[in-house]
Write a protein of this length. Structure first.
Lengths: 677, 408
């Protein structure tokens, strides 16, 4: 009987000790991430039959359990991966957002200063200091483009670098997880008991993995967690890890993407859209959705500005009287320098395809220059010698050049609205060519170095003049003359004489070139012989276009009145082209005549702002969701120190009580021994 | 619900951080005065601010250009006024010279004065602006536009500028001429009454005097030549569009009476007085252009010539002066018209700059609405945030100190 008492006492002490141990373990791990509160599962011992019935045999600790809810834990993972993705995306995005939003460092003030400089040149065409100041503001504009694109380039590089380091972190966690998988299966195999802390550790590793990339886990029959990435690619199978490796994208060698290295060593490229969630997913999303767009749009503005400004500049005449048609060299048609579109070849040894910007369309005589350049990238792919397609990446629009006539020339005819054309060798069949027209345009945006060295080369004047005859007595008035692309001064001076009798302007028809007349009702007639009717029906002559030089005509000439189109000689005070150049600021020159430079920049600002705001808002809601999930999980699994303090007292008292019962048993035994004495 | 201790700390830390972020943002807004710190704060307004910012800058550039244009036009107008004042003075002198009682000596003195005026006018026509550019040279700002050769009385003038007028964009869609070419201002001036010139033959020997000439119902650019074949009898030769009509002979001349020429609907009226000699001619022909300088020089020439007491030479002189006075009238009108046109442009500029200033104010207030911080709201928010943060800190301090371990 007394042995029973002792042994019951011992079981009580033992149970209380284990209880204290579990409590101490909880207290010690109160702040351990992923730790689940542990508690002992205590049960009464198997009763022993005696004459008086079944007597208890004391207490018994069956196992130590963790307070754990599988579903709450998995929910936390999902919330975690979404929150981490938003966080990584937002951290990068707000850098662009800040750059665009800063009123002094954005593009808007530099663009404005540049055109203000142009206006000042228009007001003082012969003043070299005005030209110098315009050049400085142009250089500041180029500097701003380059600073912004360098900043974006730095972001691109840092995304590449961070993708690599994210990948090595993921590999580290995956390796640890595989190790823990092994430890767990070994631990479970030897006993039936669950290794709680190892299970917590594994959950925590999955949680950490989810912070970096979204993974899904499936528990196999022997208790291994198999981890999958993307749409089912195996990252961890039991104790085996397929490593992720940073590789250069097959479509863009400057782009680091993730590849999965199988056990055979073959690396499978994971496309950007497959890698979701966590910091890695956030970086990929940021790069694909925001960084590329911003860089391209900035480049689109830079390239469109350079193309349209150059087109108008080419129609001018510089301070030394040189223009495009001058026999002596030295005229600088281009004010800005830029690089042609970038073409990335998808395979080594494929033929070299080039791309070049199309000259802006439009005619300053009737409107302004426009370019259809978009901010998208394009993919060119030839599926056979006569079948090739160009895909606009932004919206997936496909331009197919198919059939027997399918060729680069046929394709170029289809994509004329995209602002560039394809050249070089015929594309190699089966190879992807990625064409990035605007990617590097802002970075390479520069002032023509010859102009930078000599501001007299800025083409501020126009190449032609018009002069009324000194003896004119009628009310004939002439416009100053506007030249269109392809104009010629080969056959000037050219005098037109009005004959009252026939009602025509007579002139000697040039050997080459074209002459046309436009009337008030909009009719335009090509003139074949050397005479232009002043009236077409009842409609008056409004414009004469002579070899690309357009002259507005109004008023009524007297018989014998003349006017002369001539080259602009010594016209140092002429600012006509500068007025035209300055006017480009407010004209719709971009996107095929739908947007102005500043308008495009404004939509870039609002685009980035909207995305940032959206990510910020969704990030906040994901963080709130994560917090709720963590609260719910910690309500089940978290350690409450007050609770543990109470448990300490509980088990201390149980221990003390059991010890007292031992003491009593011992005293009883002593009593019995005393009897024999 | 169970609360885990570490979660309690975490949650509190997070809440404090959120409150501090809010405070930081408010403080940032208040120290910059901007409601929108980055485009993400309000993407639509941020984009609008870019667009309106450009409109405002372009508008103020136009206002600058308007100021620039106004000052160029003001200076041009004052130059032209000097020229027209000068011509007006010459017109007074011409009226004096037209007086039959004036002596040769006085005429020489007048000639000397007009010679001075000629030089002064040439100076005006070749004047330069503050940048050293010739005002009336068209686009050829560095070329002196008027070149004179010969001596007074037989000068010839050449214009070596061009017809260009400098322009400035003063408003959306409005490009304004801010200069005038010398060819337009000084050179292309019709003679006579602006439509036709009525002149006496250079070799006339009679005392026929040119009187007033005017259009009755239009002028068909015909040339009418009156040739006196006998005292009081003349022949009329009419050439229309280069085609001579058969001469009308034996027409009777009544001194001092009007002669009406031309078909009905295209008639002109001339007046002839005095006694033309046989062989004298008088011509009506379409007005050609005569520049101001030639007009002045012909006046100098006429004044320098000695006019004897012979009625014939006196009549010739008087006829010359009559023509010169007409030409001076034309020149004066031409200069005044140019000034009027400049005045109209200056008025337009004034209106534009008033409108520009209004627009600037409008843009400014739009921008302010989009970007600027409402300080009342911000200060109140700040006080609110501060209070909440203090409460959170205080309550956290108190709650975190409460643990059962204190009593063990």
């Amino acid at each position: 009987m007394s042995t029973g008492m002792l042994s019951i006492g011992i079981t009580g002490i033992h149970a209380a000790q284990l209880g204290l141990e579990a409590t101490q373990h909880n207290i010690a791990n109160a702040n351990t991430p992923g730790y689940s509160r542990q508690y002992i599962q205590q049960s009464a011992g198997i009763p022993r039959l005696s004459g008086s019935g079944y007597f208890g045999s004391g207490s018994h600790v069956d196992t130590v359990r963790r307070a754990y809810d599988k579903y709450l834990t998995v929910q936390t993972f999902a919330a975690q991966t979404a929150a981490s993705e938003s966080e990584a995306q937002l951290a990068k995005l707000s850098q662009i957002d800040n750059m665009l939003g800063d009123p002094s460092s954005g593009l808007a003030p530099a663009l404005q200063d540049f055109f203000t400089g142009m206006q000042q040149v228009a007001a003082n065409p012969s003043l070299v200091s005005a030209r110098q100041s315009m050049l400085s503001s142009a250089q500041a504009l180029a500097g701003r483009f380059s600073a912004m694109s360098t900043r974006l380039g730095d972001l691109y590089d840092s995304v590449n670098g961070e993708i690599s380091s994210e990948i090595s972190l993921i590999n580290g966690y995956a390796q640890q997880l595989a190790d823990v998988n092994g430890q767990i299966t070994r631990a479970q195999a030897s006993t039936d008991q669950l290794p709680n802390d190892l299970l917590d550790m594994r959950d925590q590793l999955v949680a950490e993995l989810n912070k970096h990339v979204r993974v899904t886990t499936v528990e196999d029959s022997i208790g291994n967690f198999n981890v999958f990435i993307g749409n089912g690619q195996q990252l961890v199978v039991g104790s085996i890890v397929n490593k992720l490796v940073p590789i250069n994208s097959s479509t863009d060698p400057e782009r680091v993407v993730a590849g999965l290295q199988g056990q055979s060593g073959v690396i499978q490229e994971l496309s950007e859209s497959l890698v979701e969630g966590g910091a890695l997913g956030g970086l990929m999303k940021f790069r694909a959705n925001s960084l590329d767009d911003t860089t391209n749009t900035l480049g689109q503005i830079a390239a469109s500005l350079a193309l349209t400004f150059n087109a108008q500049h080419a129609l001018g005449q510089d301070l030394e009287g040189l223009n495009q048609t001058s026999a002596s060299t030295g005229f600088q048609a281009n004010f800005f320098q830029f690089n042609q579109p970038k073409v990335l070849v998808g395979a080594v040894g494929a033929s070299v395809v080039t791309a070049s910007f199309l000259a802006p369309t439009g005619d300053p005589a009737t409107g302004n220059f426009t370019t259809g350049l978009t901010g998208s990238d394009y993919v060119l792919r030839a599926t056979s010698a006569t079948t090739m397609t160009l895909t606009r990446v932004s919206d997936g629009k496909v331009f197919p050049a198919t059939g027997s006539a399918g060729s680069v020339a046929a394709l170029n005819a289809l994509i004329v609205g995209e602002g560039f054309s394809i050249g070089g060798s015929a594309p190699t069949v089966g190879v992807d060519y990625r064409i990035e027209p605007t990617r590097d345009a802002a970075r390479n945006f520069q002032i023509n170095s010859t102009i930078a060295a000599d501001v007299k080369r800025i083409a501020v004047g126009a190449p032609s003049t018009t002069t009324l005859g000194a003896a004119n007595t009628g009310s004939l008035k002439l416009g100053q003359g506007i030249v269109s692309p392809g104009y010629s001064l080969a056959n000037v001076p050219k005098t037109f004489t009005y004959n009252q009798g026939t009602g025509t302007f007579g002139f000697t028809m040039p050997a080459s070139g074209t002459v046309s007349a436009t009337y008030a009702d909009g009719t335009s007639l090509t003139i074949a012989a050397g005479s232009i009717n002043r009236l077409n029906g009842s409609s008056e002559l409004t414009r004469i276009t002579y070899n690309g030089i357009s002259i507005d005509v109004s008023g009524v000439p007297a018989n014998g009145d003349t006017f002369t189109i001539a080259a602009n000689i010594n016209g140092v005070s002429d600012g006509r082209n500068a007025v035209k150049l300055a006017a480009l600021q407010t004209q719709n020159t971009m996107e095929g005549g739908k947007a102005s430079y500043q308008g495009s920049y404004a939509s870039l600002v609002s685009g980035v702002g909207s995305v940032t705001r959206q990510i910020k808002v969704s990030g906040e809601s994901q963080a709130a969701l994560l917090k709720q999930n963590e609260l719910a999980r910690s309500a089940v699994s978290g350690v409450n120190l007050d609770e543990e303090a109470a448990n300490l007292i509980r088990y201390q008292q149980a221990y003390q009580a059991s010890a007292k019962s031992l003491d009593i048993a011992s005293k009883l035994f002593d009593t019995l021994l005393g009897i024999t004495n | 619900m169970r609360i885990s201790t570490s979660m309690m700390f975490d949650t509190n830390t997070q809440n404090l951080q959120q409150l501090q972020t809010g405070l930081y943002r408010l403080q940032n807004q208040m120290s910059t005065g901007r409601r929108i710190l980055t485009p993400a704060d309000d993407p639509v307004s941020a984009a609008q601010a870019v667009v309106i910012g450009q409109k405002k800058a372009v508008n103020s550039q136009f206002v600058d250009n308007q100021g620039n244009a106004a000052s160029q036009l003001a200076s041009l107008e004052s130059t032209l006024r000097t020229a027209s004042d000068l011509i007006s003075n010459v017109m007074v002198r011409a009226a004096e010279a037209d007086n039959g009682n004036i002596s040769d000596t006085s005429r020489l003195a007048l000639a000397a004065e007009i010679t001075q005026d000629f030089e002064q006018l040439l100076g005006i026509a070749n004047s330069t602006d503050a940048m050293g550019q010739h005002v009336f040279a068209g686009f050829r700002g560095e070329t002196q536009p008027f070149a004179v050769s010969g001596s007074p009385g037989s000068r010839s003038i050449a214009y070596v500028g061009d017809d260009g007028t400098r322009q400035l964009q003063v408003d959306t869609g409005r490009v304004m001429d801010v200069s005038a070419a010398g060819s337009d201002v000084f050179m292309r001036i019709p003679e006579g009454n602006g439509k036709f010139a009525f002149s006496a033959g250079a070799t006339n020997t009679g005392t026929g005097l040119l009187g007033a000439s005017s259009m009755i119902s239009g002028y068909n650019d015909s040339t009418y030549k009156l040739t006196f074949t006998a005292p009081g009898v003349y022949t009329l030769d009419v050439t229309t569009n280069g085609v001579p009509a058969a001469p009308v002979t034996g027409l009777t001349y009544t001194p001092g009476s009007d002669i009406v020429l031309g078909p009905v609907g295209q008639q002109v009226r001339i007046n002839l007085s005095g006694t033309p000699a046989t062989g004298d001619t008088f011509t009506v022909e379409p007005a050609a252009n005569q520049d101001i300088f030639t007009t002045l020089d012909s006046m100098i020439k006429a004044l320098n010539a000695s006019v004897s007491t012979s009625p014939a030479t006196q009549a010739a002189f008087k006829n010359q002066i009559t023509q010169i006075r007409l030409n001076l009238d034309q020149a004066y009108d031409h200069l005044i018209t140019a000034q009027t046109s400049i005045g109209a442009r200056r008025l337009e500029l004034e209106n534009l700059s008033v409108a520009g200033a209004d627009r600037d104010l409008q843009y400014q207030s739009d921008l302010s609405k989009l970007q600027d911080l409402d300080y009342t709201q911000a200060i109140s928010d700040m006080a609110n945030h501060k209070m909440v943060l203090e409460a959170a800190q205080l309550s956290f301090k108190q709650v975190s100190q409460m643990t059962l371990f204190n009593y063990l």
